[in-house]
Write a protein that binds this ligand. Sequence first.
Ligand code: ADP
Ligand code: MG
Length: 563
Amino acid sequence: STQVETHEFQAEAQQLLQLMVHSIYSNKDVFLRELISNAADALDKLRLETFVDKDLQVDTSDLHVQIEVDREQRTLTVRDNGIGMSRAEVVQLIGTIAKSGTAELLAKARESQESGSAELIGQFGVGFYSSFMVADRVSLVTRRAGEDEATRWESDGSGTYTVETVQEAPQGTAVTLRLRPEEADDGLFDYSSEHKIRELVQRYSDFITWPVRMEVERSDDDGSTKREIETLNSMKALWARSRDEVSDEEYAQFYKHVSRDWRDPLEVIAVSAEGTFEYKALLFIPSHAPGDLFAEDHRQGVQLYVKRVFVMDECAALVPPYLRFVKGVVDAQDLSLNVSREILQQDRQITLMRRRLTKKVLSAVKHMMSEDHERYATFWAEFGAAFKEGILSDAENRDTILEIASFASTHDAERTTTLRQYVERMGEAQRDIYFMTGASRSIIESSPHIEAFRAKGYEVLLLTDPVDEVWVDSVAEFDGKPLRSIAKGELDLDAEEDESAEPEREQRQEEFAGLLSWMTALLEEQVKEVRLSSRLTTSPACLVSGAHEMTPTMEKLYRAMGQ
Ligand code: ADP
Ligand code: MG
């Protein structure tokens, strides 16, 4: 072996490690799920690479995960014969945290200290570092498929790790944990006991489509014991089984595997399509939005399989961008394993599949809305802002999206309202659906524009997401009722109610004509026109924009986008 190099962990990686070492995330069991999940990913990647690269000479006839225990040494090893890592990859993948939004989340985790950190940690997936919850030293030996030299990595979870090149190692990766004494002491949480490992694999990794094996002790009828290799998981692909055969717990574990979230999903959506283009899909709506939902390089959550073989992660062609938070897998029967992202974007069958999956997600949301308001409210609070982008981008489903969208309103400070509910509350005299956009509920509520509406008892929708500024311009009406901004153009509330008020208004107009033209001249530089308004009750004046002009928030939005 060559010289041992010592490296420092990247700052964020160190912070995450610290949280692990101090086991801020209390469910230590999941470390094994994480290691098996990485091993399964590595096997998926190898199989895919051998399909794509015909020159790669590797034996893929017995791809599997093996768990080895040495009770004397207190070690637990998870070994796979998958893709492996080059030395550069080890340093890059294990020494740093590449995921976007992680730095931000870590900063929050530190701010919120005890209370919220476990929650936050789940958002970036506990991953490889979770080993340090149960181990005081972790080593990893890996050899990438197609390469001769292997790499050995080791760390005790404090600031540094070592890497060295080693000559002899089987292809793939072996991660060895030296368990802390208290994690291997014959107690309930003895991670070196066969019983415990079997329980964890069955609970967390049963659906992994590769065999997870371990040497176990078997006692024969004659009382003698012998050791034999056993496959611990059933390897049943969950999406291939019918819904009533699979328990919620199994779905939840599978969700955690594909999403790298540690919480249960909010909703499970199983889809099975037969006919000329066969596929099965298992989609999940998470219970929490990821930190990077609105980041430019946000991740997309659906994986593509072809006939049970993993083909790609983050497959953007499978669900539209406004549903980017949806996680899960789609397994198609008749696609090439070599299919590229570009081909997928243009494939007609994929387009049809995306339309069908989109409709399934929308109807799941609709179902939540009618059957389980709590869950719908959670959904909306987490994903509503992204979901509303669909009003603009998905013309085909716009009406459905408007039906299942909800909005803050002056009607109820606690609960949101749907447009349908708003319309049902509208009185005889009210013709339009009123809304106002702004940065926050309190800013809108204290704006002078809203006074007269409040006085008249008219409900106003309070739209505070940036995307609201944009979609409201593209939706003329709902259920025949025009959508109208209370901050734009001329808005005569009296006229709405009462045509006979007209003469009185004319009279007032005459009375104030002098004042108005004097003020218009005085404020020439600042405003286009000064006019009488029925908008106000207590404030003497307010600023409005023209019916077709941008609102101040929208101006800000465009300016922020550099336009
Ligand atoms: P994640 O799996 O969410 O990417 P992890 O912390 O679990 O995060 O792993 C980090 C990265 O290290 C993986 O993405 C993968 O590239 C690499 N890695 C981890 N374990 C293995 C393994 N057994 N074989 C090959 N690569 C691995
Ligand atoms: Mg992982």
